[in-house]
Design a binder for this molecule. Structure first.
Ligand SMILES: Cc1cc2nc3c(=O)[nH]c(=O)nc-3n(C[C@H](O)[C@H](O)[C@H](O)COP(=O)(O)OP(=O)(O)OC[C@H]3O[C@@H](n4cnc5c(N)ncnc54)[C@H](O)[C@@H]3O)c2cc1C
Length: 1006
């Protein structure tokens, strides 16, 4: 690329090379580009014609000629089209060199890439075009142009008929353009594969890219409104701003420091379960998984696998000595480790093959013979599942919705769906179980060690005190390791029990994406009534979530309570529903239930604003809840689950008091800091003057109910070492990358009055930190910090009393603790938070997002996002800002890029790797990203006056959807359609472009 860049300015006839360099920045990633070669890329294209290679199409467009050599030494040259006809491998032919010819200044050369995110992903459609044009003669194409496309079907390359339709013709002639569009429609036959965007989209985009080419050539000869269609979206350099209070008086508590493990993680030195050194005689376990989604298992025969070298055992349902249920704290429905009769989803574990090494497991897994009968078609979507009656939960009811609708002057009805999301933790589900002479030592990647301990005890039929679960750290979790990790931990434990040897199970990425469920897909149907001024009168809605094949981790019963967010409405009836599908057991994912309640409410408000012709922000302001109110909390579900699990302690407060609704103040702040009104005007003007590029700017407030239960024990242990005064802390939470250890250490250092570097946070285990709760629901850092704080307060009080009694006022900390120890004072302390010690409270946030949409392709940029987040008095501002930024971007992926795909015949999840499933990457985040933590906002009931930050900001990413709605609405308006339209998420580029109602007949020059 460097060489191309150099010749593009230094050598006559090579200006066009700049265009290659520009596009190749979007080919794979920097690291892949550094490793891969252009020849390898061409080699890949030749052996996989379906691969939409950018390099191939781009070089073909540039007229590249390649020299190859046979083993005999004979060489020959080929155009890239000729190269396609060769079989390099069969002939053992090697690509030696490539020559790029110079190009006349009369030739306009452009390459295009339309893709699902901005980097490190393959093209949906790519193209290269070269037109020799006589500008002075109405932009006439003076020789046969070159038009090549990728991503259409495995054999399509050149649009020859379209090339012919343009040769010798003026590009300013609308008739010529329309003829070319027709020719393209006739010759392009996109294939129809479930993992690719629909053929209609790919054809439309192919036409639009040609249109872009033409607009780019004719320039000012086109009308000013269409001219912006000729350019691609160009992302400026990213920038960010972070603002927070310093609060120096409490440092190191509240000091902005990087996460304690950050350097170690970046250096690759941080140890995870799967990077722990092998223990003596360790074996490896790999799941044998179902290749049917809805069938009865007729037989399982592992004999061929067991005869293979290095294969030790097959572990099946018959090896379960206890209860075949991996859920310790659950609904009445069990989730079986291995099925006893039918399989319910493609990829479901049927058993575990145990081998001496990982390599042997792959072959052995395939050699286990499983046969099926009674094979039924899989049910994969909520719509299909609703053919049967769903499981209904108790509704959230307030007031009288029928009376509310009767008093409404405007009623709107609609629906919105939101698809699932892979958790995309960097560390896959993994566990190492080591049998010892006192039971099992378990090293697990779990968010809830005591749940894992109990689940293993239950499945193996052994007492909990024989199982010690240690959790050093997790490489991310996002909810997938709350209870679904126990598919892996219990399987490893059953295997270890059977073979009496250590067994490690660590899923590959494809298994992690297939075996384990994702965030639940959702469907919301709604009816809303307002009065003439837009004030809400009644909301009736049904929230249906897709639980997967078993309804153990469903969030819709909680989601219905979260719709209230920061708004008032006198009458509500919101019903939760759950459907079952032939997919993996879907599970909690960062802000489960809350995000659905919040976004469906925002969508309703968008609908009302559109229907009433009101400014969406003004409508929201009209409906904000007053100070001094309460928010409902879902007592029912959590109480029910607690009782089922034999725990009476897990109760939520009746409701969440909101003494002050901070939203009005925060909106005022962000309107000023983000210069909202002026930018809204600029956006409106932009949309009026541009047909093919659109912008949108949205503002969204959020009240996120931090509904911590009355009792969520986090068992903290603080040990001071007598000889040097250093402190070791272990708390019942788990370090998932969210910075829980950093906050705990900052609390400990502050409370004990020692420097931060005297504190070490040790990994928790179920012996020292017994019965601790789940690190999830944003409560981990909060409650663990609370227990550590309380333990340190007690310890400090004891040492202060000792100091006072003995007059040791001039002693340093190490001298004091040694003196106390020598006098028999206990210099360790344990604390478990008790009933209602940690309080629930509302978390507020506001965000403003501006986007720019390329109507012709559906690609967009998030130009700028401003977030004002209420973190109370932050315990660790850099950690909190990181949480805000990360949560927001994860939400952006949920709402726009990430789309689960299935084979509808077999039920196989097609998005089982990073080729078809892409979370946001570095070039998808807001170009200008500004995060502020609310100034001077101590939380009177918060731990160290702080508020949680792990989950709430994810909801604010819905501003991207709202801003895109404005952009799409403007595009639809240009097409003459001004009605409300349903916008399901994710808003993938094909989804967005379809919504924009682009039709080839509207592709005009004037
Ligand atoms: C994460 C990711 C993202 C990607 N995104 C894109 C993308 O956006 N656009 C895109 O176009 N590509 C993309 N790719 C593909 C990437 O560009 C290719 O994998 C890469 O170019 C292959 O190059 P290599 O040198 O590693 O080839 P290898 O993997 O070494 O070789 C590939 C094939 O070519 C043969 N071969 C290699 N060199 C020669 C030679 N000199 N003569 C004859 N045969 C040869 C090999 O025998 C083999 O069959 C992506 C890949 C990854 C992993």
């Amino acid at each position: 690329m460097q060489e191309l860049d150099t010749v593009s300015t230094g050598r006559a006839g090579y200006t066009y090379a700049k265009e290659l360099v520009r596009n190749w920045h979007h080919v794979a990633s920097t690291s892949v580009r550094n490793l891969g070669s252009w020849a390898g890329n061409l080699g890949l294209k030749l052996s996989h014609n379906e691969f939409p290679s950018d390099i191939f199409i781009n070089l073909l467009g540039a007229g590249a000629v390649v020299t190859t050599a046979l083993p005999t030494g004979s060489t020959s040259t080929h155009t890239l089209e000729e190269l396609l006809g060769l079989d390099l491998q069969k002939e053992r032919r090697v690509i030696l060199e490539m020559r790029l010819p110079p190009m006349s200044d009369e030739v306009v050369f452009r390459v295009f890439k339309v893709m699902g995110r901005w980097t490190n992903t393959h093209a949906f459609v790519n193209a290269a075009m070269a037109f020799r044009v006589d500008k002075a003669n109405a932009h006439t194409v003076t020789e046969k142009p070159l038009i090549a496309y990728g991503g259409i079907n495995p054999t399509f390359v050149r649009a020859s008929a379209t090339e012919a339709a343009l040769e010798g013709k003026s590009l300013e002639d609308e008739g010529v353009l329309q003829a070319a569009m027709q020719a393209l429609a006739d010759e392009l036959k996109p294939d129809n594969l479930p993992q690719d965007p629909a053929p209609e989209y790919r054809l439309s985009v192919a036409q639009n890219l040609l249109y872009k080419m033409v607009l780019g050539i004719v320039g000012n000869a086109a009308s000013s409104t269409v001219i912006s269609g000729g350019t691609d979206l160009e992302r400026p350099e990213s920038s960010g701003q972070q603002e927070y209070d310093q609060n120096t008086e409490t440092w190191p508590l509240g000091q902005p420091i990087p996460k304690l493990e950050a350097r170690m993680q970046c250096a690759g030195e941080a140890e995870y379960v799967n990077t722990m050194a092998a223990v003596n005689e360790e074996l490896f376990g790999m799941f044998v998984t179902s290749t049917q989604a809805n069938a009865r298992i007729a037989s399982i025969d592992p004999s061929a696998a067991l005869a293979m070298p290095d294969v030790v055992a097959f572990v099946g349902v018959e090896d379960i000595k206890g209860v075949n249920n991996i859920m310790a704290f659950a609904w009445p429905l069990p989730q079986k480790l291995f099925p006893e009769d039918r399989v319910s989803y493609y990829g479901q574990p049927i058993g575990l093959i145990v081998t001496k090494n990982r390599g042997a497991a792959y072959g052995a897994r395939e050699a286990v013979k499983v046969t099926y009968d009674d094979i039924q078609p899989p049910v994969l979507t909520i719509e299909d599942a609703l053919q049967k009656p769903p499981i209904k939960g108790p509704p959230y009811e307030q007031g009288d919705v029928q009376a509310g609708f009767a008093s409404s002057t405007h009623i709107f009805e609609g629906a919105m769906s939101r698809d699932g999301q892979y958790h995309f933790h960097m560390e896959s589900q993994s566990c190492l179980v080591v049998p010892t002479d006192i039971g099992l030592d378990v090293y697990a990647s779990t968010q809830w060690a005591s749940e894992t301990q109990r689940a293993i005890g239950q499945v193996l039929g052994i007492p909990d005190n024989t199982i010690n679960v240690t959790v050093k750290r997790l490489g991310g979790a996002f909810g997938a390791k709350i209870d679904q990790c126990n598919i892996v931990t219990t399987a490893a434990a059953v295997a270890a029990q059977k073979v009496r040897k250590p067994v490690r199970v660590a899923l590959d990425l494809d298994a992690n994406m297939t075996v384990i469920g994702w965030r639940e897909p959702y469907l919301c149907t709604y009816k809303v009534g307002v009065d003439d001024s837009g004030v809400l009168q009644a909301i009736q809605a049904t929230l249906t979530c897709d639980a997967g094949y078993v309804a153990v981790d469903t969030s819709s019963p909680a989601a219905v309570y979260c719709m209230t967010s920061c708004y008032s409405c006198p009458n509500w009836e919101v019903t939760p529903q759950v459907v079952l599908t032939n997919t993996a057991c879907n599970t909690w994912c960062r802000t489960p239930g809350t995000v659905e309640g919040v976004i469906f409410m925002e969508n309703i408000l968008e609908h009302v604003a559109q229907g009433m012709g009101m400014d969406p922000l003004e409508l929201r302001k009209k409906n904000l809840m007053p100070d001094g109110g309460t928010r409902p909390l879902n007592q029912g579900m959590i109480r029910f689950r607690s009782l089922v699990a034999g725990k009476e302690a897990k109760w939520l407060p009746d409701s969440l008091p909101v003494p002050r609704n901070l939203i009005s103040d925060m909106l005022t702040q962000i309107l000023t800091s983000a210069n909202v009104e002026e930018r809204k005007q600029i956006v409106a003007n932009y949309n009026q003057t541009n047909l093919w590029k659109k912008r949108g700017l949205s503002v969204m407030p959020l009240l996120w109910p931090y509904a911590v239960a009355m009792k969520v024990p986090f068992n903290a242990m603080v040990s001071v070492n007598a000889r040097d005064g250093t402190v070791a802390v272990s708390h019942g939470g788990t370090e998932l990358g969210q910075g829980i250890n950093t906050k705990a250490a900052q609390c400990a250092a502050y409370e004990l009055g020692v420097p931060l570097d005297m504190i070490a946070v040790r990994p928790p285990n179920t012996h020292v930190n017994a019965n601790s709760e789940v690190t999830g629901g944003s409560q981990g850092s909060d409650v663990a910090s609370y227990s550590v704080t309380q333990a340190c307060k007690r310890l400090r009080a004891r040492l202060d009393a000792f100091k006072e009694e003995n007059g040791l006022f001039d002693k340093s900390w190490p001298e004091l603790v040694l003196a106390a120890f020598n006098k028999g004072v206990d210099i360790c302390e344990r604390y478990v938070n008790g009933w209602d010690e940690v309080k629930a409270y509302p978390v507020f946030g506001v965000a403003c997002t501006e986007v720019e949409l390329d109507v012709l392709t559906g690609q967009f940029l998030v130009l700028r996002t401003d977030i004002l987040e209420d973190a109370g008095k932050s315990m660790s501002p850099i950690v909190d800002v990181g949480q805000v930024e990360g949560a927001y971007v994860m939400g952006q992926g949920l709402f726009t890029i990430e789309k689960p795909l299935y084979d509808h015949d077999t039920g196989r999840r097609l998005t089982d790797g990073t080729w078809y499933y892409t979370p946001p990457a570095a070039l998808d985040i807001p170009v200008d990203f500004r995060v502020s933590l609310l100034h001077d906002a101590p939380n009177p009931v918060g731990v160290q006056s702080s508020k949680v930050t792990g989950e709430p900001p994810l909801c604010l990413a819905f501003t991207v959807v709202m801003a895109l709605r404005q952009a799409v609405a403007s595009a639809r308006g240009d097409a003459g359609v001004t009605d409300w339209f349903q916008m399901d998420t994710p808003l993938t580029v094909d989804n967005l472009q379809r919504l924009c109602l682009v039709d080839s007949s509207r592709l005009t020059i004037k």
